[in-house]
Design a protein around this ligand. Structure first.
Ligand SMILES: [Zn+2]
Length: 471
């Protein structure tokens, strides 16, 4: 037995509905025969059980998945979940497929709808004699027909068995024109679905494309920071004319988290949010797919690093020639402090008039620093500025590391002693009292010496209902 041939951009669920209407078979019997259970509930756009349906229709399962469901949008925008989602849809595990599509986490499990365009219905009836469910109309959040640029009608799928929905009705009401932005988004989505029928070359991370395009439009600074306020202002101004879409729109003009998720590498985001942002950012889906993603910002970072290296090289060359700090400062514009440090790091002898920080003094400072003496104390002992002491210490990375370790151990010792003393003086103290009275030591140990803290704290008490006193 075969399914009726698919009409252009027909939804797989719609095709199955048409098959039941033509054959007269009940939905329960169809589900039991093909999907193995009479209680199977098919999702309108992420229809599971594709392998069994493909066998029935004697067609390629991959083609059904790519051309008659909205799975390609999920594969494209959620590549990290694509293989699991594909496997679930082919195998027929609808519940797992929905979990892997991330829809429950995006929308909180909202009601499902089937949408249709009144003008498409009239045209289909006139052209082929039957109205059918178009796939591109079913994109969640889309409110307009990309062909006729009118608002879509919608019916909520209230019953569990979606195969009994019938075909889209002929509606005598006048079609309502959609706004320009609604049409742009619908066009973008339909075009992307069309493009995704063909295997796409690896397009890289979407976040990279978005960031590059935003950089081009001036919404990202040369240092890679997003100009969030103007970006959100421009983006949300277009949404004012769009019928509100619960959980798919930014909650308000300063919902920066919305943009951050779209611009984060590997973050999961509802495909409609991508469509909305993509339609606003690029002229068409094809432009977006073909858009090169050179990392303009990282190029700018690289340029900055190159400039720093050049400055360093120039400063060192001049210092090695024996020029005074003042002369090198006049030629490069780099401060005396920077130049002194540069000379110390690369072991260049400076042409300095006062020789207070001589070799002997330097060795003394290194020795004291190695013993963990505080820099202010070293400054007093050696009668030299704290800045000079800090600068000298920073030239030896091993010494810096060692002093950091000493500092850490010292802090740990002090914090432990504080908590232990408090416990000795208050043996009946609860955890929350220790936290309240030794908060700095408590939180330091919580983050840096958690195991020890847990061992030393009294056992956690069960929460008590309000009003009951501790016995
Ligand atoms: Zn239409």
């Amino acid at each position: 037995m075969e399914l009726p041939r698919a009409f252009p951009d027909e939804l797989l669920l719609g095709r199955l509905i048409r098959h039941l209407l033509l054959s007269g078979e009940s939905s329960c019997s169809f589900c039991l025969r093909v999907l193995g259970s009479s209680r199977s509930s098919l999702h309108p756009f992420l229809t599971a059980g594709i392998s069994s349906i493909a066998k029935l229709a004697n067609e390629d399962a991959g083609k059904l998945l790519t051309c008659q469901t909205l799975a390609p949008l999920f594969f494209f925008y959620l590549p990290q979940h694509a293989s699991s989602l594909k496997e679930d849809l082919l195998r027929g595990d609808g519940a797992r497929a929905i979990r892997h599509s991330q829809l429950p986490s995006f929308c909180g499990g909202g009601a499902l709808h089937l949408k249709w365009c009144p003008l498409c219905v009239s045209e289909d009836l006139f052209r082929i004699g039957v109205a059918y469910w178009h796939r591109a109309h079913q994109i969640p959040g889309t409110t307009s027909c990309w062909i006729h640029r009118v608002r879509l009608m919608s019916t909520e799928l209230k019953t569990r068995q979606r195969l009994n929905e019938g075909l889209p009705p002929l509606d005598p009401r006048k079609a309502q024109a959609a706004t320009a932005f609604e049409n742009d988004v619908a066009q973008f989505g339909a075009e992307l679905l069309f493009q995704l029928k063909r295997p796409q070359p690896a397009t890289g991370d979407m976040a990279e494309k978005y960031r590059t395009r935003l950089y081009e439009l001036g919404y990202i600074t040369p240092n890679g920071c997003v100009r969030r306020k103007p970006l959100m202002r421009a983006f949300t101004s277009g949404l004012a004319t769009y019928p509100p879409q619960k959980s798919l729109f930014p909650r308000h003009n300063s919902d920066y988290h919305y943009i951050s998720t779209l611009l984060s590498d590997g973050a999961s985001c509802h495909p409609f949010r991508h469509l909305l942002f993509g339609a606003w950012l690029f002229r068409s889906a094809e432009d977006m797919l073909l858009y090169p993603a050179p990392i303009a910002e990282s190029n700018s970072h690289e340029a900055t690093n190159n400039k720093q290296r050049e400055d360093e090289k120039q400063g060192l060359t001049l210092l090695k020639q024996g020029l005074s700090l003042a002369a090198v400062y006049r030629m490069t514009g780099k401060s005396r402090c920077y130049l002194k440090r540069l000379a110390a790091v690369y072991g260049v002898k400076l042409n300095l008039k006062p020789k207070q920080l001589n070799e002997e003094l330097q060795q003394r400072i290194f020795r004291l620093a190695g013993l963990g003496v505080h820099r202010r104390r070293i400054s007093q002992i050696c009668s030299i500025g704290v800045g000079s002491v800090e600068q000298l210490i920073s030239t030896d990375p091993d010494l810096v590391k060692w002093r950091k370790l000493c500092h850490f151990e010292s802090k740990r010792r002090r914090s432990r002693v504080q908590v232990l003393r408090y416990r000795q003086m208050n043996p009946r103290a609860l955890r929350r009292e220790i936290k309240r009275d030794c908060s700095a030591a408590f939180f330091w140990l919580y983050h840096n010496d958690h195991e020890w803290l847990e061992r030393m704290l009294p056992p956690a008490t069960q929460p008590r209902p309000r009003g009951k006193q501790r016995t």
